[in-house]
Write a protein that binds this ligand. Structure first.
Ligand SMILES: Nc1ncnc2c1ncn2[C@@H]1O[C@H](COP(=O)(O)OP(=O)(O)OP(=O)(O)O)[C@@H](O)[C@H]1O
Length: 301
């Protein structure tokens, strides 16, 4: 079963009683297998929230097909299988987090609400604050509570809009761990975040949305060019001409060389040849771009 399937998705926001309108999605195609960790990135106004709303059945696309977990987003049974953390959380300030989560559990039709609420609260590290009022919570605490609500009922798909926004660095590590646990359970993650370093750490598949269109989409390693090129640094005293003959290319930084190899066996063969020239390898890493560079390149004309 596919977790998400969008084909030829278009959304035009039309002003009342007038022609024309703003095209927020322009023929978007995306197919995500169950268990993927997908990160949607793009500039302000690219259409990310519009796409999420279409996945959740909150808005009706102007054209095209959307299926979530194999069903139409309008199917009410299907909604119970999705955990959603919205970007702008509206939480009832007068309630305690436990009461709030019990209410969400009731709405989701969970049979053992109080137990599930306590468990979700513990998972996001809010157990010590279980009896405080939400009104006094910090931004990061509110965010954790929203995540706990999304986790209730063990959903198959988690759609998270800026999940680590306002969360302190230790909290971010905890949230990443929690999301990794969910993924190990087979859950599909769909993350929308402007925090590209977080997206890079959590997701292994990336889509770049620009002006309503996915202009890049694929595995993180492929988009960042991590697969085929490595950078190698050798101890002083190596013979650059011998390394060149061994199949390495000098990089711009002194002492560094580039190795193009499609697989680990070829990479090791080139490095073995380099070492046979007497050169001593001191550092090796993928020659990669980060997501910021991928996004900047996607935005340049
Ligand atoms: N209800 C609406 N009516 C008219 N236009 C809208 C509406 N909602 C969004 N838009 C427009 O659609 C475009 C896409 O908006 P959307 O909120 O989906 O972008 P986004 O990628 O989520 O942006 P951000 O990163 O700033 O949250 C924007 O130009 C926005 O102004």
């Amino acid at each position: 079963m596919l977790a998400i399937e969008a084909r030829g998705l278009r959304k035009t926001y039309r002003p009342w009683f007038r022609r024309g309108g703003h095209e927020a999605l322009v023929g978007l195609d995306l197919v995500l297998e169950q268990g993927a960790a997908f990160g949607l990135i793009g500039p302000n106004g690219a259409g990310k929230t519009t796409f999420i709303k279409a996945l959740l059945g909150i808005l009706r696309p102007t054209e095209g097909l959307v299926r979530v977990l194999g069903q139409s987003p309008d199917d009410p049974h299907m909604r119970a299988r999705i955990g959603y953390l919205p970007e702008r959380l509206h939480l009832p300030g007068a309630l305690t987090p436990l009461r709030f989560l019990q209410g969400v559990a009731r709405l989701k039709g969970l049979s053992d609400g109080p137990h599930e609420a306590r468990e979700a609260l513990a998972r996001v590290g809010l157990q010590p604050d279980a009896t405080r009022r939400i009104g006094g919570f910090s931004k990061g605490m509110r965010q954790r509570l929203g995540l706990a609500a999304a986790l209730l009922g063990r959903p198959l798909l988690l759609i998270l809009d800026e999940p680590t926004d306002g969360v302190d660095p230790v909290g971010r590590v905890e949230i990443r761990k929690l999301l990794a646990e969910e993924r190990a359970r087979g859950v599909t993650l769909f993350l929308n975040s402007h925090l590209l370093s977080e997206t890079e750490r959590i997701c292994d598949r990336i889509g770049v949305l620009v002006a309503g269109r996915l202009v890049r989409e694929g595995p993180l390693d492929t988009l960042c060019g991590r697969e085929n090129r490595h950078r190698a640094r050798f101890a002083p005293g190596h013979d650059p001409d011998a390394l060149l003959a061994a199949g390495l290319t000098p990089a711009k930084d002194p002492g560094w060389f580039l190795v193009d190899a499609p697989d680990a066996a070829t990479l090791n063969a080139v490095l073995d040849r380099a070492r046979q020239t007497g050169a001593l390898l001191v550092e090796l890493r993928p020659d990669a771009r980060d997501l910021e560079e991928v996004l900047t390149e996607a935005l340049s004309p």
